[in-house]
Design a binder for this molecule. Structure first.
Ligand code: NI
Length: 151
């Protein structure tokens, strides 16, 4: 495994739309491993492929320690409720902002074995799904934040 460089705001790659993964190759599996290592090293709860310079629809999330979600071609299939809370991003260090998100979110994706999975999450996990999937569209949480602050 290798730690990857996290792209920071201002880098064009963060503003591009990602393409689907058509085939889960050994290279994709290595990317997943490297993204998990990079996310953990940076103390993040999620990381999307464009944040490491790869324009593919891949995200990793670890809201509960030890429970890593590796999502390939994820899409949100259901949302309900509302929550408002603080959000940050490894690509925008030193800042955070208040963002409204759904309280419950269900995502369908492929796992690393190419199997279709459906995962439902609430609260922080629902927020992470929305935040990380936004990255795949070139959207950053600052685009949605009601107010920002320095930390
Ligand atoms: Ni982010």
């Amino acid at each position: 495994m290798a730690k990857l460089q996290i792209r920071k705001v201002g880098d064009e790659v963060l503003r591009k739309r990602c393409r689907p993964v058509e085939e889960i190759t050994p290279r994709i599996l290595t990317l997943l491993d490297d993204m998990v290592e990079t996310m953990r090293d940076a103390d993040g709860v999620g990381l999307a492929a464009p944040q490491v310079g790869v324009l593919r629809r891949i995200v990793v999330i670890e809201v509960e320690e030890g429970e890593v979600l590796e999502l390939i071609n994820p899409r949100i299939v259901a949302t309900s409720g509302k929550q408002e809370g603080m959000e940050g991003c490894l690509s925008l260090p030193g800042r955070r902002g208040v963002v409204k998100r759904p309280k419950h979110v269900t995502v369908q994706a492929l796992n690393r074995h190419g199997e279709q999975v459906e995962i439902s999450g609430s609260d922080l996990l629902a927020r992470a799904f929305c935040h990380e999937l936004d990255h795949l569209e070139g959207t950053l949480y600052v685009d949605r934040a009601e107010r920002m602050e320095e930390i």
